[in-house]
Design a protein around this ligand. Structure first.
Ligand code: G3I
Length: 317
């Protein structure tokens, strides 16, 4: 059977996965990551706490391993993520800085990291999860001290550091039209009107089996695309209440198919990244008590119906 990347290729879209740096030594994991996908995102290794654990002391080991892996396997790299309220290093999270100093720390970080991977990372989540559910700005350290201008400043710094990388804003619960995605939409319109260098919007798609409305997802992707931007499905997984059974797995397959079809129906949707390969490695059970089985491969790295559904979607496109 053809791999996901083989069936995705003729559609002009990428099929990606989050890669967990600590699993790259496992040959089964590594083989699936290499053969099934043509794009990779660091699950954690390019986050601020990973790359600059002490102020001014960078650790690029995990990021570099991912980039090397991608180059060995002819894959794109999706950079995740530069400015985010979560997984900040302690010195930043707990430090107190003047507004001027914080702005400088933030733009220096963007400049340093994007510059480090210039020409090697094709897309960056420059700003991640900037919104509350009601569409207002999240009260992150950056927003509290710098106001919404932290977003424009981050994008400008990223563009200057690599003019060829595509710059994204990324969020969750923005897949369909709602208060949160409306807030995101207004921000993106403002940024474009001000000439801020933004190229795309990422939709995480951490979804729930049985709760997926493909046409609502397609319409929402299309309204952002109509602003002239690229859109992408950046962190797809679809969780269920455990234990899994065959009817839940079949519903999950239909839900994966609906998300893939939604992207494939929108010309500006450049690709789909799944947030992990195997259910055994997924973040979901750690965060949602009693839920899991959200990925396309099961605990034993066997492809699930969701895997077939993804493949069918590309074949049909
Ligand atoms: O690095 C420590 C390690 O030293 C320690 O031994 C271990 C013990 O638990 O924890 C390790 O840190 C974990 C880290 O992943 C690296 O593996 C954290 O506990 C764990 O909370 C962290 O979870 C990550 C989560 O982001 C944190 O926000 C998940 O792996 C990752 O899948 C998840 O990804 C996010 C996206 O970045 C943004 N969108 C939502 C998505 C799911 O939450």
């Amino acid at each position: 059977d053809p791999s996901l990347r083989e069936v995705a290729d003729p559609t002009g879209r990428f099929i990606g996965t989050a890669v967990n740096d600590s699993l790259l030594n496992d040959s089964t994991y590594r083989n699936i990551a290499a053969t099934e996908f043509d794009s990779v995102t660091a699950e954690n290794a390019m986050k601020w706490e990973s790359v600059e654990p002490q102020r001014g002391q960078y650790d690029w080991a995990g990021g570099d391993r991912l980039v090397d892996f991608a180059q060995q396997n002819g894959q794109l790299v999706y950079g995740h993520t530069l400015v985010w309220h979560s997984q900040m290093p302690d010195w930043l999270e707990n430090g107190s800085f003047s507004d001027t100093e914080l702005r400088e720390i933030m733009t220096d970080h963007v400049t340093t990291q994007v510059g480090r991977y210039r020409g090697e990372v094709q897309r960056w989540d420059v700003v991640n999860e900037a919104f509350n559910e009601d569409g207002s700005f999240r009260q992150s350290k950056f927003y509290q001290q710098l106001g919404a201008s932290y977003i424009a400043d981050s994008f400008r710094a990223a563009r200057a550091a690599d003019p060829d990388a595509k710059l994204f804003i990324n969020d969750y619960n923005t897949e369909t039209q709602n208060a949160k995605s409306d807030g995101l939409y207004r921000l993106v319109q403002d940024l474009l009107a001000q000439g801020v260098p933004i190229d795309g919007v990422g939709f995480q798609n951490h979804l729930i089996v049985g709760n997926v409305n493909g046409s609502a997802i397609r319409q929402n992707l299309q309204r952002f695309a109509d602003l002239g931007l690229e859109v992408a499905v950046t962190e797809l997984d679809i969780r269920m209440r455990m234990p899994a059974d065959s009817s839940k797995l079949q519903q999950q397959a239909r839900d994966y198919r609906a998300v893939a079809d939604a992207c494939l129906a929108v010309d500006a949707c450049s690709g789909i990244t799944v947030w992990g390969i195997s259910d055994r490695d997924s973040w979901v059970p750690d965060v949602f008590e009693g839920e899991g089985a959200a990925c396309p491969w099961d605990d034993n790295y066997r492809p699930k119906p969701a895997y077939d559904a993804l493949r069918d979607a590309f074949v049909a496109a």
